[in-house]
Each structure stands twice: as C-alpha cells, then as structure tokens.
Design a protein around this ligand. Sequence first.
Ligand code: SAM
Ligand code: SF4
Length: 368
Amino acid sequence: MSLPGHRGNIAGRCAERPTRSLGISGAPRASILKNPFQLVDLQHRRVEYLRLSVTDRCNFRCTYCMPAAGVDVVPRAELLDFAEMVALTRIFVQLGVRRVRLTGGEPLVRRDIVDLVAQLAAIPGVDDLAMTTNGHLLADLAQPLRDAGLQRLNVSIDTLDPQQFSHVSRGGALQPVLDGIAAAQRAGFASIKLNAVTLKGLNDDALVPLCDFAAAQGLVLRLIEYMPIGVDAAWGPETWLPIADARARVQAAYALEPDESGEIVGGGPARYWRGRHRQTGQALRVGFIAAVSEKFCEACNRVRLSPTGVLRECLSARGSLSLRDKLRSGATHDELTAAIRDALAGKVDGHQYDAAVPTLESMSAIGG
Ligand code: SAM
Ligand code: SF4
C-alpha cells in the first residue's frame, strides 16, 4: 500500500518539542529531557508501550469477552493494513515507545501475521516485540513467529479441564492450545506467560491446577480479575471474583511471598509472587492483575491502537482519534505526531470503569 503525501516524512525526524504541546507546567523532569521527543501524559507518565490490535476477528467467543452471538466485525478495508501499522509504529517509536504487543481479537487469525511480525521486528527502536494469543493456532505458528523476531508470548488459558475450557471459550478446544504452548517452549521465546481470567463459579476451581501446570512447566501464570467490559449478562456479583479471593485460593495450595526480584519482564499491572507448593515444594511464579479492585493507573505506560487505527489513551476511553483516517487523507508526519501528542494530553489519570455500569464493548474489539 502506498501512503500518498507522507511516506517520505514518516521516516524523518520529529521536529517539535513535546512538553509545550502537552501543556505540562513547571520545570520538565529529567526523564523527559533525556529524550526530547518522549511522549508523556499530563500525569507525567512516560508512554513507552504500544498495544497494537491487529484484528477484531476471533476464533473463540469467550464468555467474559464477547456475547454468545459474537460481535459485528468491521469490513476488511476498514482495518489498518500492514504498511499503515508499520508507519504508525515508527512514529510511536520516534516518540519513545520501546515495547510493542500485538493483540486482538485473535492476532493469529490475521492473514500473514508472521510477515507483520517480521516488519515490526525490523523497526529500529522496537526493543521488545510480544503477542497475546488464545494459542489455538500457535502449534504451527510458534516457530515461524519466533524466527520472524517475536520475543515474548502470553497465552490465554482459563482452565485445564477440556469441558470447562469449551464452556468458557464457547466451543474452543483445549488440546490445540496445550500443543501451542509446547511448540512455543520448543521455539525458545524469551518469555512465555499464561493468562487466566478468574471467574466465580466458572473456573475458580481451575486456578490451583493452572498453578500446578505453570509450575511444572516453569512458566509464569497471571490471574486476571474479570473486568466489566464486553459483557452482556455474564458480568456481575455471581461471576466476579475479587483478586484477593483468587490469591487466597492459590495460597491454600502454595506458600506465597511477594516477588521483588524484578526478574520478570513486563512492567505491567501484574503484582508478582513467588510460591512453593505446600506438599511438593514445587516452585511457582504467579502474577495477579487486580484491574477492578485495585486500580494500577498511576503506573500506566501504555497506549492502544485499535484494528481500525483508533488511538485509545486508556482501555476505558472510547478513543476519538482515527490515525487511519489521518493517514489515508494524506496527513504529514508532523501532523500525525501532533495529533498523537494532543490525544495523549487528554489521557485520564484513572480508568473510568464502574462496577455498576459494564462497558458493552467487547475486549476483542478494543484490543485487550
Ligand atoms: N485473543 C487473544 C487472547 O485471548 O489472548 C488476545 C486478545 S484478548 C482480548 C487479550 C486478553 O484480554 C486475554 O488474556 C483475555 O483473557 C483478556 N480479557 C478479555 N476480556 C476480559 C475481561 N472482560 N476481563 C479481563 N480480561 C479480559
Ligand atoms: Fe477471542 Fe481473546 Fe476475546 Fe477470547 S479473550 S473471545 S480468545 S479475543
């Protein structure tokens, strides 16, 4: 695809100063001065992490993510193409982003995803390229993705019971995901983490078996509190499990203590613990993501780009800046850069989720 009117500019250097357009008052902090192009928001949070949602399509229908009937997908022509994703990623990197995570929808259903990984991995300044996947198509793709330059992988797996897995994912099969995890281990990723959303009455009895599996495989498990996003009747007191309750369940089987080693790459919202199985002594590393009960917004260092190119400065923000429309109407590099800065100036200081008012937009559409 050609990007008329701005291809030459995209590669060029950004010429403006960030602090003024963000309206930051007082003396700029030293960290900002180190890179005068560094994106910072009004709360002085450095934005270093881009979550790039490469598709709104998915081969699962997880109960906590989308309605049983699925969600309306946008016409293919409205999705960012690879050249657009690469062009926008280059701008974010010039603005200080160092880490990029591909998500969706299910990123592995995007055609030629391995090519996209190779193109993103080749961008100077992308120090860390990762993906979150449901793992269903991973068995065949793990090695090609690794060879293309993908460094880290998070695989979502909510239970090890095949029937429960099929129920939670509405028809998904467990074995291909297990095969995908095994293939990823053989492919030699720098890190593989397992993600499980904790759901009262649905998979709360699966948390300790997941810990046992992660411990036996030497993988880090992250337990994620169910967020009121993308839900119809599923989210509520009957299904929401406070993260403290999830931790208590793990603690019944494992002696846990906070992991302060800092060895786990991510810098995200998870709080990590080290554990020892109370009977076998097996070592475990487990992270807890308390998205609702303990806000972690003060440390938020990320922005999101939807599959249609809408910039979301917060998971809970609707996002009103279409970078795709700007690209397709021929915006220059400087215009795109300024638009991103202005959008970041409006980044809220805390998410707007209200437990009483679920967001009726699917996590698959947002790019979770
Ligand atoms: N399809 C991929 C997958 O499932 O890993 C990537 C996209 S998915 C939207 C990204 C992550 O969001 C997954 O780990 C999923 O479990 C999580 N997620 C989806 N809906 C959620 C919700 N309502 N609350 C908490 N986590 C959710
Ligand atoms: Fe698909 Fe991931 Fe959402 Fe499950 S959580 S429906 S796999 S996008």
